[in-house]
Design a protein around this ligand. Structure first.
Ligand SMILES: [Zn+2]
Length: 293
């Protein structure tokens, strides 16, 4: 009788083990819908505002081609890593998607105006993860190529609950609102450093260049960055289950600064705005309580 108990116990264990393995496998299989949030400043070969600010100049069109090349490498990596549905967001203000260069296996959101907090159209809780490619460090980062937060011309800066934050955090918070974790960030070395600082060492980062100053960089060749982008995207698919959505305490205290252009030779005036964001969807359109001057 004791012997039978022992066998029954072992069989029970085996059944538990099988159920556990099946559950883990199904979690991985369902980890397949990915939101690719993009920007232009952190793309391979981009290092000056003449490439990013004016739409449809020869330099800008060329930069958008660089963008499509980096994007294609990431899409291929995500798909080979198990992604079955990919939505790409054309996140740079002047828009970068060149339709005839679209890599198959994804859908592309482009053009303005469009719905969604922070213009992140189509993003919702059905996504398993978000990746951010071509991004840049926050305003004021000395070695951040084309560093800025939201507006490079008025030099905006943002603090949430007293912590200065850039576009990486702002976008991760909106995704976090929907329970979507951030698994990968690409840009210059300063952007990758900022990503690891806020999101932890586990996040996959791929650097496309190293900045010397705002418009000067040590560029890495396309063939090398695109191989790294492909490998990084494929690896990022494997960390989905171990990364948590990014959140901060809400409602959040917001402070924002920007420079108001002055007339003639006078130096620009710094305007400070204070307010509160009720949730992550209002991180940019927050309720304004005070303004100085
Ligand atoms: Zn941009």
């Amino acid at each position: 009788m004791k012997y039978i108990h022992k066998i029954a116990g072992k069989l029970l264990w085996l059944a538990f083990l099988q159920a556990f393995i099946a559950l883990t496998a199904s979690t991985q299989l369902s980890a397949q819908k990915i939101y690719v949030n993009t920007d232009l400043e952190g793309i391979s070969g981009v290092y000056k505002f003449a490439q990013t600010r004016e739409k449809d100049t020869p330099l800008n069109i060329q930069a958008c081609e660089y963008f499509m090349g980096d994007l294609a490498a990431v899409i291929r990596g995500l798909r080979d890593g198990g992604a079955r549905e990919i939505i790409v967001l054309d996140g740079h203000g002047s828009q970068c998607v060149i339709p005839h260069l679209m890599e198959p296996g994804a859908r592309y959101v482009t053009g303005l105006p469009r719905p969604g907090a922070g213009n992140l159209s189509e993003l919702d809780s059905t996504f398993d993860a978000m990746v951010m490619i071509g991004f840049h460090a926050m305003m004021g980062t000395p070695d951040g190529v084309l560093h800025h937060t939201q507006s490079s011309r008025t030099e905006n800066r943002y603090w949430y609950n007293g912590v200065e934050s850039g576009e990486l955090v702002q976008n991760a918070l909106i995704a976090g609102h929907y329970g979507v974790p951030l698994i990968m960030v690409t840009g210059d070395e300063a952007t990758c450093r900022e990503a690891r600082h806020f999101f932890g060492e586990k996040i996959v980062t791929v650097a496309t260049k190293k900045g010397f100053s705002r418009e000067s960089a040590l560029l890495y060749p396309f063939e090398e960055t695109r191989k790294a982008l492909y490998d990084g995207a494929k690896r990022a698919m494997s960390i989905i289950a171990s990364v948590k959505p990014y959140k901060i305490e809400m409602p959040a205290k917001v402070k924002m600064e920007y420079k108001k252009p002055a007339e003639g030779n006078a130096s620009p005036e710094v305007v400070t705005v204070e307010g509160v964001a009720s949730d992550a969807l209002h991180i940019l359109q927050f309720e304004r309580l005070r303004q100085d001057p």
